[in-house]
Design a protein around this ligand. Structure first.
Ligand code: SF4
Length: 280
């Protein structure tokens, strides 16, 4: 097998680009394997409105530096769940797509029911692709899951959906080390604070480890206003467990309060965080 072979996709195909280093690495390899972006290869970024500004900048920079056409999409409601096209300039920065989706749900997403990933990312991308010639009968969906994430790879591979999920990084045996060393050699990079991993995808994602969230709250608390407000609203619009993103730890308002008081809480041990279906 040549080094590029695992990255050759059967077309039509979509690269689900999350705006992270891993899916960026995968995209570069796919472009190399196809010697560019052939007809029938779409690259989509589905914005939830809760990503860090540096993530949006990175998606823009990947498109500009590599000459790749990235389709920016967002969830919207249009007499039903729908999508719209946006750009770096017009992309939501205050969780508007997420808020709009929640207005049509009776409960908040939670670790067992990840309605945000499915509605804001997977279905948004699928709805768009279904409008394109050649995609209506199905397509391959390349996800940036690495060889060192075998549980996530087997979980998504077992999913029976209309598109067939492929994990070229797993086929190529590429790991986090390969990803990091690749980006060190590039003229541009993701500029999230810290090592970048904490702030990826939705900055305040409920699947992140509690200690990680509290650390982000201490340095960039403004990212959590939306999460506090969503739980506050759900108090009157949802019932039971649907009022909270997580019932196994304090709500966002309480965590934010802890972080402001600089209390020395150690959340790390009992809470290893949960794997997110939104890839890195
Ligand atoms: S990053 Fe977390 S909160 Fe955002 S869409 Fe994915 S699962 Fe939901």
């Amino acid at each position: 097998m040549t080094p590029t072979e695992p990255y050759r996709l059967q077309l039509p195909a979509v690269v689900s680009f999350s705006g992270g280093r891993t899916s960026g690495f995968m995209l570069r390899n796919i472009l190399d394997a196809h010697q560019g972006q052939p007809d029938g290869l779409k690259v989509c970024f589905a914005n939830t409105g809760l990503e860090h500004q540096a993530t949006l900048d990175f998606v823009r920079d990947v498109g500009a530096n590599w000459g790749v056409d990235i389709t920016w999409l967002e969830y919207t409601w249009d007499e039903g769940h729908s999508y719209k096209h946006v750009t770096w300039e017009t992309a939501a920065r205050n969780g508007e797509p997420f808020t709009e989706m929640l207005a049509h749900k009776s409960m908040l997403p939670n670790p067992r029911s990840r309605t945000c990933t499915s509605n804001l990312k997977m279905r948004v991308t699928d709805r768009y692709l279904r409008t394109l010639e050649g995609f209506s009968e199905g397509y391959d969906n390349a996800l940036g899951l690495r060889h060192d994430e075998p549980r996530r790879v087997s979980r998504v591979s077992a999913d029976n959906s209309r598109e067939s999920v492929v994990c070229p990084m797993d086929r190529a045996k590429h790991t986090e080390e390969d990803v990091l060393s690749f980006w060190k050699q590039q003229p541009f990079d993701l500029t999230l604070p810290g090592d970048g991993n904490n702030y990826g995808n939705c900055v305040g994602c409920f699947l992140k480890q509690t200690g990680k969230l509290v650390r982000i709250m201490k340095s960039e608390p403004e990212h959590f206003d939306w999460w506090v407000e969503a739980e506050r609203k759900a108090e009157s619009t949802a019932s039971g467990l649907g009022k909270r993103f997580r019932v196994d730890r304090p709500d966002y308002a309480t965590l934010l309060e802890y972080s402001r008081r600089q209390q020395a809480f150690s959340f790390d041990d009992p809470d290893p965080g949960l794997p997110c279906h939104c890839t890195d």
